[in-house]
Design a protein around this ligand. Structure first.
Ligand code: AQP
Length: 341
């Protein structure tokens, strides 16, 4: 079986965007791939995290994985910092990736903003660590939201440059023409970029100051209903055709969310609700979102009450991950020319 890797940062406020863009895909891939799902705590500290909150959020993301239907017995679920090989390979990749490549990363530009002198070096080097996360398992498929596409392209460039730079050594050590595969992003469906409920031009995000901009996975039915009712819309009724959504980002977003939650296409959703009032559509969306997310939030809250269980999942997952990662690092050390015992 081919291998899938993906990660979620434990930075609090897991939301509908993370769920539809990433976690539902993680769940769907379990039947056909060997999957490795990681709580990327080392990525989280690229911006300041209060230590107790980081530990709590790590357990909460783990709980979300399990509550959404990831099976930690069949697949690997762990937190990044327990497998040191991620950091080790990231250093090698810091020396493979070019400054010019990282300078083009739009997420860094957005997150650093104007105060670039004052952000961490880690925030800048983030994509190299992400490439290491994937390639330390020589994973071939990476389910992510649209916002991670550029980082995935960088991971592919790093894999290729490593394979080229060390081509002769890779051959001498018997690995054929290339050591790292080119990881493929899996970015599909109607909700690869879920937008803020307050502003159709901004992505739904954990760090948005307004809690009304997002639906958190731990929101109860009342909160979900209130946020959807207050979600920004325009005064027109819903269009009947998909192209009618193009100039209407807020409407497009809500239709995309409905489609993803009900496993339909946007065209099918418009077939049902097109021409009707927004209020009718919003009520249906509330019912759907509460039915889908309510049980997940409840299960997450139950699971985080048992940190001993969660920590045992992470410990066992780390042990299994480390076996694969250590194997890759041994080979990388030989290829690079690091003397080892
Ligand atoms: N709005 C979104 N729509 C679809 N997918 C999304 N993802 C994030 N936001 C959306 C996907 O969720 C996965 C995990 O994301 P992450 O936790 O690693 O980091 P992030 O992208 O930084 O999440 P946020 O919410 O946007 O956090 P902040 O506010 O800190 O920037 C990824 O696959 C991501 O694509």
């Amino acid at each position: 079986k081919e291998r899938v890797f993906s990660g979620v940062q434990p930075t609090g406020n897991l939301h509908l965007g993370n769920y539809l863009g990433a976690i539902t895909k993680f769940v769907a891939l379990q039947d056909n791939y060997d999957c490795i799902y990681c709580v990327v705590d080392m990525h989280a500290i690229t911006v300041w995290q209060e230590p107790r909150e980081l530990a709590h959020a790590t357990r909460e993301v783990t709980a979300a994985f399990i509550a959404c239907g990831i099976d930690p017995k069949k697949h690997i679920v762990f937190n990044q910092s327990q497998v040191a090989e991620h950091a080790e390979l990231a250093w090698v990749f810091n020396c493979v990736a070019r400054l010019g490549w990282l300078n083009r990363m739009t997420q860094f530009k957005e997150k650093a903003g104007k105060d670039r002198e004052n952000v961490s070096v880690g925030l800048y080097a983030y994509p190299n660590l992400m490439a290491a996360d994937i390639l330390v398992y020589r994973a071939t498929h990476v389910p992510v939201g649209e916002d991670q596409k550029q980082h995935l392209e960088l991971a592919r460039d790093i894999a290729q440059k490593f394979n080229n730079d060390y081509g002769a050594s890779i051959q001498n050590h018997g690995y054929g023409d290339m050591f790292f595969p080119q990881p493929e992003p899996i970015i599909q469906g109607p909700a690869t970029r879920v937008m803020s409920l307050r502003d159709g031009a901004k992505k739904m995000s954990k760090s948005d100051a307004s809690d009304y901009s997002r639906i958190n996975l731990t929101d109860d039915a009342d909160a979900i209903a209130q946020k959807i009712r207050k979600a920004k819309t325009d005064p027109e009724p819903l269009p009947s055709e998909e192209k009618g959504l193009e100039p209407r980002p807020e409407a497009d977003n809500l239709v995309g969310i409905y489609a993803a939650l009900s496993d339909k296409t946007k065209a099918q959703v418009l077939g049902e609700f097109g021409g009707g009032q927004f209020s009718t559509f919003k009520s249906a969306l509330v019912d759907l979102a509460v039915a889908k997310l309510g049980p997940i939030g409840a299960e997450m809250k139950k699971l985080v009450q048992d940190p001993v269980y969660i920590d045992s999942v992470l410990a066992e997952g780390s042990d299994r991950a480390r076996v694969i990662a250590a194997d890759t690092m041994k080979a990388v050390k030989d290829i690079v020319g690091f003397v080892r015992r």
